[in-house]
Ligand binder design. Structure first.
Ligand code: ATP
Ligand code: MG
Length: 150
């Protein structure tokens, strides 16, 4: 169904801000308008990316959620300034059950499913998902969705 894209993001950000006092979620939103997609599933992707940003930035505060509209696509970025991911591991983080080794399960619990599920959802919605990151500096996860799937 059609839904207001920035409205969805604002709702998710508000909900997740309540789960952490250590982090501040900033919004850098451009007017994106209505998008035709599965609202619940897109919401799940946002939750996965933002909870990762929180989990993997234990010593920094800022997380920036941005939206852009380019041609017939909306773009979302979730940026953190946390532990980051090395180049060779970035290619694997969307695999089922993949977790970066050396990342201690005790410190960062998880199953390695959030990004796999997210990429499956985004593919099904006709979009793309990717990451830009530098180890020790932080990560930005992006996804792009067509305003309306053809
Ligand atoms: P869960 O199934 O609970 O989401 P998870 O967070 O370990 O567990 P994914 O969300 O799929 O699994 O992420 C896979 C791996 O990618 C993580 O274990 C982590 O090593 C790395 N990763 C994901 N997001 C980030 C991030 N924002 N910063 C640094 N590493 C990340
Ligand atoms: Mg996760």
């Amino acid at each position: 169904t059609w839904f207001d894209f920035n409205q969805l993001i604002a709702e998710v950000v508000e909900d997740l801000q309540r789960t952490t006092q250590k982090h501040t979620l900033f919004e850098d939103m451009q007017q994106t308008g209505q998008v035709y997609a599965d609202r619940e599933r897109v919401s799940q992707v946002l939750v996965n990316l933002i909870t990762n940003a929180i989990k993997y930035s234990p010593h920094t505060k800022e997380i920036i959620i941005s939206t852009r509209k380019e041609n017939e696509e909306v773009l979302v970025g979730v940026q953190d300034f946390g532990i980051g991911i090395s180049k060779e591991k970035q290619e694997r983080v969307f695999e089922q059950f993949y977790r970066v080794s050396g990342v201690k399960q005790h410190t960062f619990p998880g199953l390695g499913l959030g990004l796999y599920i997210s990429s499956e959802i985004i593919k099904r919605e006709g979009g793309r998902i990717w990451v830009n990151s530098a180890e020790g500096e932080g990560s930005t996860f992006y996804f792009a969705l067509p305003v309306q799937k053809n």
